[in-house]
Design a protein around this ligand. Sequence first.
Ligand code: G1P
Length: 300
Amino acid sequence: MISKVRKAVFPAAGLGTRFLPATKAQAKEMLSLVDKPLIQYGVEEAMHSGVQNIIIVTGRGKSSIEDHFDVSFELEQLLESKGKQDLLSMVRGISDMIDIAYVRQKEALGLGHAVLRAREVVGHEPFAVVLSDDIIESEIPCIRQLLDVYDFYGASVLALMEVPRDQISAYGVVDAELMADKGFQNRLFRIRNMVEKPRAEDAPSNLAIIGRYILIPEIFEAIESIQPGSGGEIQLTDALKYMLRNRPIYGLKFEGKRFDAGDKLGYLKATVELALKRHDLGPPFAEYLRTVLACGARES
Ligand code: G1P
């Protein structure tokens, strides 16, 4: 029988160097998109996918993440005394959201290393990994889409996306064979090989790994067996490649739109698109953007 995926690991100990200086004294995961920190989008995606237990791998300077998901008595009291019920239930909703455990990664030695830190809390069961830089807007939550593949095959599943060749070196890239499985409409692949951040000319395809994974617990031994790779870090991609020797791994080109919110331009795009979708902010914000663009056109 295929075990149910109950836990999701959120590596959140990275230094956020792509977003300096904003991330000098602030956790990257707490950067706000419209009015919610990045990590909350991922946590909500996990929840809406039916994954109840969240494990956040944190490091130094990340205590604001714990505070965010904790109860804030002072704030709740203040909102209550002022009769601000809407804001009060929003703030309570965050701490009531879900069961969260924290583990510490003392040194940022790579994504594989971060995942290995969660081993004891995960135990011997399959689990999801969510990289909160990757914001995915979709009708069916991306993790749910991967779980549908996992529930069928009982094997590890990676989220895949086609990426232009000139950007491929920023990703883990797969060599994969399209599967003739009608259920997933030409979006399901069996992975043959993979490489972390190849040079464009060495990339085996234009299919990049995006930050959502369903992993079987054997990944922990694989992580322990590999040497540091790209950037001198213990890479999850290298551990997956190691595991491919005796375990199948699938990849799903998910349905939805992904933003790289860990990158300044990607973050701006995500902010604009998510704000435009909001019922309260969308219409006045669209109007504002039209005037800004019209001014820009007149000036140039
Ligand atoms: C990580 C992974 C990489 C993946 C990427 C997706 O890289 O190592 O395989 O393609 O996330 O966002 P990072 O962006 O943390 O360097």
